[in-house]
Design a binder for this molecule. Structure first.
Ligand SMILES: C[S@@+](CC[C@H](N)C(=O)[O-])C[C@H]1O[C@@H](n2cnc3c(N)ncnc32)[C@H](O)[C@@H]1O
Length: 267
């Protein structure tokens, strides 16, 4: 059987960054903090009320599983990276190794299936559709599938704001990524990945047998200047950021401004 992950992706995650990436420590990386806060904000509004069974597929070290369990959900996590499984178990999460394309669970086992990660590491469309179809299969009728993607335009915006677009060869490589959606590993920027044109997400859901998803832009334009850190440290300003982003979260003309998108469909 083929390994689940490309060796570059496995090596990237075995470095252990997921343990702290979404940390809410004051002064931590603002983009990731905003991604976490917005993901939680949307999920808390769309998930069935606890207690309910949630499958966190590609859940890494358990950043979301931990608050979901604290909110009263019965959470199971699956991830292909052995380190992530150990880290999630150390937090008391029921975690096992596996692949989003072959979920080791019976039909209709969960009230909600989260796929916050696998789709942007599956470069082939057929694999992404297979993963979504598996999510649909293990979710109960009337349940929910929520899948994260990264915007096609995120590498361009990130490169402009953080300046790496101006390094030798990066502009051409980024333009190629915009054309195809694919980014090679070994660039020192993230890892091998697939970036979705927001307009393509609904087609992948439909092919997997899911209804039309509602797609939420998570960070909006708030990640672009990279200046949200101090605002997220301040409780009042953090609430203002979240309130502002809720207003534009499903505005179609702004979806591609977000780095991360969350698409939610009822089964
Ligand atoms: C950037 S992390 C996101 C982790 C977490 N869910 C979050 O929202 O922050 C992407 C995760 O997807 C996992 N992943 C990649 N390919 C996968 C696959 N085929 N099946 C399941 N998980 C996969 C990776 O191991 C990694 O933990």
């Amino acid at each position: 059987m083929e390994p689940v992950l490309d060796p570059d992706v496995l090596a990237f995650y075995e470095r252990g960054g997921e343990e702290t990436r979404l940390s809410q420590e004051p002064g931590g990386p603002a983009d990731s903090r905003l991604e976490f806060l917005r993901t939680r904000d949307v999920l808390r509004r769309v998930l069935p009320a606890p207690p309910a069974r949630v499958f966190d597929v590609g859940g890494a070290a358990g950043a979301h599983a931990v608050w979901l369990a604290a909110d009263g959900y019965e959470v199971e996590l699956l991830d292909p990276v052995p380190l992530h499984v150990r880290q999630a178990r150390a937090k008391g999460i029921a975690a096992r190794q596996g692949d989003a394309r072959r979920l080791p669970r019976r039909d209709a086992s969960f009230d909600a299936v989260l796929m916050l990660g696998p789709l942007y590491h599956l470069p082939e469309r057929a694999d992404r559709v297979l993963a979504l179809a598996e999510a649909r299969r293990v979710a109960r009728p009337g349940g929910l599938v929520a899948a994260a993607t990264i915007s096609r335009w995120a590498p361009l915006h990130d490169g402009l704001v953080r300046g790496f677009l101006f390094a030798p060869g990066r502009l051409d490589a980024t333009l190629e990524t915009l054309r195809t959606g694919h980014q090679d590993g070994g660039t020192g920027l993230f890892t091998e990945a697939y970036f979705h044109d927001p307009a393509d997400i609904a087609g992948e859901f439909a092919e997997a047998g899911l209804g039309a998803p509602v797609t939420y832009g998570l960070e909006g334009a708030a990640w672009l200047p990279g200046g949200m850190r101090d605002r997220l440290d301040d409780p009042e300003q953090r609430e203002a950021v979240l309130t502002a982003l809720r207003v534009v979260e499903t505005e179609p003309s702004l979806l591609g401004a977000s780095a991360h998108l969350l698409s939610v469909a009822t089964v």
